[in-house]
Design a protein around this ligand. Structure first.
Ligand code: SF4
Length: 350
């Protein structure tokens, strides 16, 4: 059973005198923490990066003017319940809006963990029909909430139906379960993902301490079944806004066969300003990995444009026009070079 607010107080993760204030937070945004994640927290450390992600704080009661209820514009692109169709060739399918933990920075925090969190059978059938009738849809991203909270039998049913839709090429799952509740990755769950089509998994990890032995075993069960794994990370102030922490996280993921895919600039969700890093600082961090860390360990730093205008890379571009017909390109040490190179440049003495 996940820990709720009172359990957190009982185990010393929140101060009893803060409980009233935190009940006001919990009335707005769901609260839950798994035993695995609770076990990683050092209650004596007020800046613990695991606690910061899952234990609510009064800072969540403060909204700022730029914050939004639906920061990435899901509603605008949701033609029917359970479907978000923002890009022509792919849709999100959201069968469940429950999670094993509730991240305090979540971009869907207004909807996850609330009443009506499960798509009923009829709504799910309508969502499948929506996909079946649109041959331009090539990829379905099953997300939520966390689809790995569904029973393996129900997951298998979703995979079976999607696998039978001829125009689909890829079924992708987004989940935090292998990290925060790794024992749920059972043989039955892995078997539920078997399909003729390519099934990809994107896991969510933000700090190297989340890469536990249990998580590693869960990932191994998935990779041994031939499922390609990618990861996404949210750049969070006080959690991972540090080059050494990001490097350790990405190296750790790659070493367990998980390719870092996205580093997300945090979204403008309500009550999350204490997590936000400036764009320039984020760009410096993303650039600092260039040249020092293998390209395998470098996710794309992205921003979801508020209002639902999509995800765009926001890494500084290393190449710029040089003002004539060529280009100027910057290496990882910050030294600029002409491109194409000056004919006399690098010419070996005879
Ligand atoms: S697991 Fe994902 S959807 Fe659930 S609270 Fe965390 S960020 Fe939000």
């Amino acid at each position: 059973m996940p820990l709720r607010l009172d359990d957190m107080a009982a185990s010393g993760l929140v101060a009893p005198e803060r409980l009233d204030e935190l009940r006001r937070v919990a009335a707005q945004f769901a609260v839950a923490l798994t035993d695995d994640m609770a076990g990683l927290i050092d209650p004596a450390d007020p800046a613990d990066p695991i606690a910061a992600q899952f234990v609510p704080t009064p800072a969540e009661l403060a909204d700022t003017p730029e914050e939004q209820v639906d920061p990435i514009g899901d509603d605008r692109w949701s033609p029917i319940s359970g479907i978000v169709h923002r890009y022509p060739d792919r849709v999100l399918l959201k069968p469940i809006l429950l999670c094993p933990v509730y991240c305090r920075f979540c971009f869907r925090r207004e909807v996850v963990g609330k009443k009506g969190a499960m798509l009923d059978r009829e709504a799910l059938e309508r969502a499948f029909d929506y996909i079946r009738k649109r041959p331009q849809i090539w990829e379905v991203i099953v997300t939520g909430g966390d689809p790995f909270l569904l029973a393996p039998r129900r997951l298998a049913e979703i995979v079976r139906v999607l696998d039978q839709i001829r125009h689909l090429g890829v079924i992708r799952f987004h989940t935090r379960v292998p990290v925060v509740d790794p024992r749920r990755i059972t043989a039955a769950l892995v078997a539920a993902l078997a399909a003729e089509k390519a099934v990809y998994l994107v896991i969510h990890a933000n700090h190297p301490r989340e890469l536990t032995a249990q998580m590693r075993e869960a990932v191994l069960r998935l990779t041994r079944a031939g499922i390609p794994l990618l990861s996404q990370t949210v750049l969070l102030r006080g959690v991972n806004d540090d080059a050494a922490i990001l490097e350790a996280l990405f190296r750790g993921l790659v070493a367990m066969r998980v390719k870092p895919y996205y580093l997300h600039h945090p979204d403008l969700a309500r009550g999350t300003s204490h997590f936000r890093v400036g764009i320039a600082a984020g760009q410096r961090l993303a650039s600092s990995l260039r040249g020092t860390v293998s390209g395998l360990c470098q996710p794309t730093y992205v921003l979801d444009i508020p209002g639902g205008y999509g995800k765009v890379p926001i890494v500084p571009c290393a190449i710029t026009p040089d003002g004539s017909s060529g280009w100027s390109v910057e290496d990882s040490a910050g030294v600029r070079h002409p491109y194409p190179p000056d004919p006399d440049h690098n010419r070996r003495p005879k």
